[in-house]
Design a protein around this ligand. Structure first.
Ligand code: FAD
Length: 370
């Protein structure tokens, strides 16, 4: 009998399994997909680590989390600096002095502040997302860089979206294109799959294995179960299905070494049907692990899509309705004697990778001490 059956070989499952194994516990990890890594999974195409489920950039302020992941991979110096393409005009993101300089031909923070101040004057208490965005960044940035992108993401006009979706928009009055404010940032050299594989080294893993299809048999194999799948699915959606936002990717290999010159380009107009294009090779500076330039490139166009049952559950929709439903499932989960729910799907919460690892390490600390 195993001490732990771990359902899901994403970052939560892998981090917990590592800690348990290092405490001398026996673990079996099962994963219904045919690969490990969860949504952070990368696969090699033409020597390029392709982020199959969307661009993943590791960033954290937590030294313990950074130290933990650094045991399993060397992180490169990638800094996320997306650019926006508005009808062929290129702007830096997040909104910073490079953006303002290009937009208005100015050069100092005072000039930028004055223009934004003038453009947002007159908006009272925002009653929708459009007014909220203008009150934060003014009309020019809203029209060119926020409106089209947000409407594509949500499938509705900004004037019909609630203001609370955009609580704040990062605005910087410095020449700093670094999207994240985190202390530590990078991409694991060789891809996330290699990192998770190193985390799971020496631990029994079975891919292509669905826990829920054979639950009683799997439960009988272990003293405890760490479940990182969707909480509603665990209960056969008996109270109704939780909703998600999802994405669709169109990925292609191109016979050119450089398609767009950056890993992430957001298309911020309304007419372009996709929200962004990821050119995967630039997460690793266009080179393979030995420093050789790669002759081809792989790009993914990212489309927002209304979620339907059966789609990949990407982003939990933490609105009032879904949060209330989740609470009901959480109550049921509390009654399960030997099952612990964790991770993005098990807790129905948008977690970045560092949050998930932090949560897994905290659970391991509590569990393994006990
Ligand atoms: P998952 O990665 O979803 O792993 C859960 C695993 O459980 C899956 O592999 C699933 O197949 C398996 N499973 C489910 N049900 C069963 C079952 N019944 N039987 C067996 N196995 C099962 N985070 C960042 O920090 N930076 C980023 O740039 C970033 N970008 C993102 C972009 C996108 C498009 C998305 C969707 C997420 C992004 N994230 C990012 C978040 C990141 O993906 C998550 O924090 C992390 O992958 C969650 O890990 P997890 O183990 O909780 O879940």
């Amino acid at each position: 009998m195993y001490n732990y059956l771990i359902v899901g070989a994403g970052l939560f499952g892998a981090a917990f399994a590592r800690m348990a194994a290092e405490s001398g516990k026996t673990c079996l990890v099962i994963e219904k997909r045919n690969h490990i890594g969860g949504n952070a999974y990368t696969e090699k195409v033409e020597g390029i680590n392709v982020h199959r489920y969307g661009a993943h950039i590791f960033h954290t302020n937590s030294k313990p989390v950074w130290d933990f992941v650094s045991r399993f991979a060397v992180f490169n110096r990638y800094t996320n600096s997306p650019v926006a393409n508005y009808k062929g005009e290129i702007y830096s993101l997040p909104f910073n002095m490079h953006t303002f300089s290009k937009m208005w031909g100015i050069s100092t923070p005072d000039e930028a502040r004055a223009i934004i101040e003038k453009q947002r004057a007159g908006v009272g208490e925002p009653s929708n997302l459009e007014e909220q965005a203008i009150s934060l960044v003014g009309t020019d940035i809203y029209e060119k860089l926020v409106k089209g992108y947000t409407e594509k993401q949500w499938g509705r006009p900004c004037s019909e979206l609630p203001a609370f979706i955009i609580k704040r928009l990062p605005v910087r009055f410095t020449y700093d294109n670094n999207y994240f404010n985190a202390l530590f940032q990078g991409i694991p050299v060789g891809g996330y799959t290699a990192m998770v594989s190193a985390m799971l080294e020496g631990i029994e893993v079975r891919t292509g294995t669905d826990y829920l299809a054979h639950k009683p048999e799997f439960d009988a194999l272990a003293e405890k179960v760490i479940y990182t799948g969707a909480i509603d699915e665990y209960f056969c959606c008996c109270l109704g299905a939780l909703e998600y936002r999802t994405l669709r990717f169109e990925t292609e290999t191109l016979d050119t070494p450089n398609y767009q010159g950056n890993a992430v380009v957001n298309y911020t107009d309304s007419e372009t049907p996709f929200t962004r294009i990821i050119e995967h090779k630039w997460f690793e500076f266009g080179r393979d692990e030995n420093g050789n330039d790669l002759p081809k490139t792989v790009i993914s166009r990212e489309f927002s899509k209304e979620w339907e049952p059966g789609d990949e559950p990407y982003y939990p929709v933490n609105d009032a309705k879904n949060s209330a439903l989740y609470e009901q499932y959480r109550e049921l989960a509390g009654r399960e004697e030997k099952v612990i729910f964790g991770g993005r799907l098990g807790e129905y919460k948008y977690y970045d990778m560092d949050n998930v690892i932090e949560r897994a390490l905290a659970l391991a600390e509590k569990e393994l001490k006990a």
